[in-house]
Ligand binder design. Structure first.
Ligand code: ATP
Length: 901
């Protein structure tokens, strides 16, 4: 239980707090030395130094040393341990000191590689943590009589805070006043059914049972409340527990699984190859030591040592690029899932539209008028100006943009909340809200909401000559007026009232006052983004709570609906079985209107049953289930509720649909990049392997030593591979359909290109260089040379240099699988940096005495650098020809994006 984690100070604070539920709201304020206007700024600042910031100390994850150790235990590392073990065994059995050096060198490699991976992982985590910092939790606080947004970390005891449905409770709070307040205390009690909370004093001394306190880590499901903070940070009752549950939700990504598969595959391949050739070696009578050396060589050559850290880092880099494009990735695997997205289920308001609203026209007294017409009925403005949950802040308001538009239309500052006697808050099921306001002449009931949800409650209609009865035909006429506004893409809200009214609040027998036609223009960049989706084979399904006609008008404006289109409303959806819905979804121009969040979740699930990879947007508290069940949940950074953000994989800082499309582009790019460096890294395995085959099968001196293999895998290949991971998205990336979800990272095509094509050329270049130097020095086939002979050292050096030069050429070939290397612009600075590093490294390996000692090299004559050139030119030419063929063969387009072929 949480109690056991509590520090003594927190425990005392907890005891102090016990009484808070017994106090009246006034007494509670008094006990915290604050008042209805909130704390003065100076006092708040003083309390912040005294009580500390309202944050929970980072949960200690696995300790660093443990995670470092884990790096030495994964699959590739284990294979290398075996290689090192074999070398040391050979030393023990035969006493050859070269074997001991080799064993230690391989262990050194494991250590360096482990530390490097650990560091990369750490950097990737830092990058994610930094992204989270970009999205601080904000609360609406009242201090010195003014309401304003404040980072939740700055809250102090005594602060007055306003909460509504979807908000995370930022600290332990006592309720001062509330309407329809319901909270989800699952974290505290395990009970996920919403519980209502009130402001009255309780007999129960325990704040949890008193029913008038809210706790950090829980969330508000519905309603609104004014609360006073009584405990913050580590002194809160359950804050640190909430933190625990938040940080443990990491899942194994498909990419991780895929890489595990890849490493198993490589290990199997290496072992099998090793065994086959060991037996061949044995059969042809190769000495023990040669045989062992050979086995170790095979293993080391086959393990793509640099692969794992490179993958992690390129994903982390992608999250940073996405953040620059205003999409915050909360879970690393989402980057890769994005690349496979086939459907985006998007809401409308604020995502496709600007969410900058303005009342354009109203319909009242039997006809339509521009909103600025003088002499509109006072009651219409009263409803618009008072039926809302805005908070006055300075000269303006904080809250829902639509309510702001209505308040602006009413031309009045909101009434002080003290005049509110009752409220039925808005929720997406009821699609309306009602308030009971105290006016000089008694209580008035004001209702606003979707016309279909308000009109059935109206028995009267406001006309120039007073209130008239409203019958079914009259309601139909009004619904036709709604359509007329909606056809122009306006959001339509019905306004109604009853006076006098009484407590308890009941919404029947209303008088219909009028309709407000609210403009919310589409975002300018959305039409382009929709067109991009169409090119990229990504379907966009509009799924809105708004009116069907408004929805299709906006859909048409942004190019989402081209033909007639078909709108399915929430009511129709209820009557469709899953199978029927699945069939409906085959129709291309389909959109959903007046749907509830539950229905949205159903649409997501049915799309998934059709095999789609679904990204879904959401902002409300009820959207959390849809966000969780989709493949990619996307929450809105600005208008999204805390609950939605916590459930999402990605948060859009600008709430903009176009940003989703940018993020998909980055996701696709990173997937293509991983394949690029996979091809690159795997290619060099072949020229590393073939010398060993030659050594065994042709009985020639070993053309490449194991240390030299490691110089390539962990030295010269490393930065260029990272640079391929940082390639910008190719222009073609959004011109082709999404990859199939079944498609593997490692396809036969990729393997064939790396092992069976590029790798063979490099192997030919390497052996050609080796034998050229050997023959030039007078060696002939069948002759033996001691390992320290200068010309033999020079020959292995020439072999190593040929591989490195081959990888330099290969770097350019791997940048795209079908576009000519000469047509790719050199915008990637990492690439040039990687090349410079590669060149510096190989030069120091060949020409410094330290490099020569460690890697067993000898200085090469300038001409020897050129030996492999003809073969490498042939490789370049052959790959260009292959690319040209790929580009022109039928069905080539689909492969272009994948960076494959
Ligand atoms: P989207 O789902 O695309 O974001 P939306 O904002 O219209 O669109 P909901 O928030 O589910 O979707 O709202 C549904 C309907 O409820 C709205 O079309 C409107 O008629 C009504 N409505 C929305 N907000 C309020 C509110 N604050 N008070 C009263 N009625 C509202």
């Amino acid at each position: 239980m949480p109690g056991s984690h509590r520090s003594p100070a927190a425990h005392r604070a907890h005891l102090d707090a016990l009484n808070i539920s017994r106090l009246t709201p006034e007494q509670a304020l008094g006990s915290l030395h604050t008042g209805p206007g909130g704390l003065a700024e100076a006092e708040a600042a003083r309390r912040l130094t005294e009580y500390g910031s309202n944050t929970v100390e980072e949960m200690a994850g696995k300790p660093g040393w443990q995670r470092l150790l884990e790096q030495f235990g994964h699959f590739f590392a284990i294979i290398l341990w075996i290689a090192a073990g074999l070398a040391l065994l050979a030393y023990v059995l035969q006493g050859d000191p070269a074997m001991a050096t080799l064993g230690w060198a391989i262990i050194g490699v494991i250590v360096i590689n482990g530390v490097f991976s650990f560091w990369q992982e750490y950097k990737a985590e830092q990058a994610l943590a930094a992204l989270r910092q970009l999205l601080p939790l904000e609360v609406k606080v009242r201090r010195g009589g003014v309401v304003y947004p404040l980072p939740a970390s700055q809250l102090v005891p005594g602060d007055i805070v306003y909460l509504e449905g979807g908000d995370a409770v930022p600290a332990d709070c006592r309720v001062l006043s509330a309407f329809g307040l319901r909270v989800n205390n699952a974290i505290l009690t395990g009970e996920s059914a919403p519980q209502s909370r009130h402001a009255e004093a309780s007999h129960n001394a325990d704040p949890v049972l008193g029913g008038n306190c809210l706790f950090a880590g829980t969330s508000v499901v519905a309603g609104s409340a004014e609360v006073v903070v009584y405990a913050t940070g580590m002194r809160t009752r359950f804050g640190h527990v909430a933190h625990l549950t938040q940080s443990t939700a990491d899942t194994v990504s498909p990419l991780t699984r895929e890489l595990a598969r890849l490493s198993r595959w490589v290990a199997l391949f290496a072992t099998a190859l090793g065994l086959v050739f060991l037996s061949i070696g044995h059969a042809i009578g190769l000495p023990w030591s040669d045989n062992l050396l050979f086995a170790i060589g095979i293993i080391v050559a086959n393990v793509p040592e640099g692969l794992l850290p490179t993958v992690t880092l390129s994903l982390a880099l992608a999250t940073q690029r996405m953040a620059k494009r205003r999409a915050l990735v909360r879970h690393l695997p989402a980057v890769e899932t994005l690349s496979a997205a086939t459907v985006i289920v998007s809401d409308k308001t604020g995502t496709l539209t600007e969410n900058r609203m303005r009342v354009l026209d109203v319909y009242t007294l039997g006809r339509a008028h521009p909103a600025d017409t003088p002499g509109l009925p006072a009651v219409l403005k009263q409803i618009a100006g008072q039926c809302h949950n805005l908070l006055a802040s300075g000269n303006g308001w904080i809250g829902d943009p639509m309510e702001q538009a209505l308040a602006e239309f009413a031309g009045a500052l909101p009434q002080p909340p003290s005049l509110r006697r009752g409220e039925l808050p808005f929720d997406s099921e009821r699609k309306r809200m009602a308030v009971l306001q105290q006016q000089p002449d008694g209580l008035h009931l004001y209702v606003k909401g979707a016309a279909e949800c308000v009109l059935p409650l109206c028995g009267m209609l406001l006309m120039p000559d007073g209130e008239q009865p409203l019958d079914a035909a009259g309601r139909d006429r009004l619904l036709a007026e709604v359509d007329r506004f909606a056809e122009r893409g306006l959001r339509v809200l019905a306004l109604a009232y009853r006076q006098p009214a009484a407590l308890p609040l009941d919404e029947s027998n209303l008088v219909f006052a009028g309709l407000a036609g609210i403009e919310d223009p589409p975002r300018p960049e959305v039409a382009g983004a929709i067109a991009t989706c169409r090119q990229a084979g990504i379907r966009v399904v509009l799924c809105t709570g708004d009116h069907a006609v408004t929805a299709s008008a906006i859909a048409r404006q942004i190019g989402l609906l081209q033909g007639d289109g078909k709108v399915v409303t929430g009511d129709e959806l209820e009557r469709l079985s899953d199978t029927q819905l699945q069939l409906r979804l085959d129709q291309p121009d389909l959109l959903f209107a007046r749907v509830t969040p539950e229905q949205k979740q159903r649409i997501v699930t049915v799309l998934q049953q059709k095999g789609e990879v679904v990204a879904v947007t959401g902002d409300g508290v009820n959207d959390a289930p849809a966000l969780k069940s989709a493949d990619i949940g996307i929450a809105m950074g600005q208008r999204g509720s805390d609950v939605a953000k916590a459930a999402a994989d990605i948060v859009l800082l600008d709430d903009n649909f176009a940003t989703i499309v940018d993020a998909i582009e980055e996701g696709r790019a990173v997937y293509a990049n991983i394949r690029k460096f996979l091809t690159y890294i795997l290619t060099s395995n072949i020229p590393e392997l073939v010398p060993y085959l030659a050594f065994v099968l042709l009985r020639v001196p070993l053309p490449l030593t194991i240390i030299q293999i490691l110089a390539v895998d962990l030295g010269t290949d490393m930065l260029p591979a990272l640079a391929l991971g940082a390639e910008p998205p190719a222009p073609a990336v959004m011109n082709t359909p999404p990859r199939s979800r079944q498609e593997r990272l490692l396809t036969p095509g990729l393997l064939l290109r790396a092992y069976g094509f590029l790798g063979l050329f490099e192997a030919a270049a390497a052996l050609f260089a080796f034998f050229t130097v050997m023959y030039a020095a007078g060696w002939h086939y069948g002759g033996t040379v001691p390992a320290s002979t200068p010309f033999y050292l020079a020959a292995t050096t020439a072999c190593l240099v040929a591989i490195v030069l081959g990888q330099i050429v290969n770097l350019f070939l791997c940048r795209d699988s079908t576009v000519s290397a000469f047509r790719l612009p050199l915008r990637n600075r990492w690439l040039l940096g990687g090349l410079a590093f590669e060149a510096a490294l190989i030069l120091s390996i060949v020409y410094t005495s330290f490099g020569q000692r460690v890697f067993g090299t000898a200085p090469l004559a300038a001409a020897d650098w050129l030996i492999a050139l003809p073969v490498l030119l042939a490789m370049l030419l052959a790959d260009e020809l292959r690319k040209a063929w790929q580009r022109h063969r039928p069905g080539a387009a689909a492969d272009t994006r994948r960076g494959m072929g």
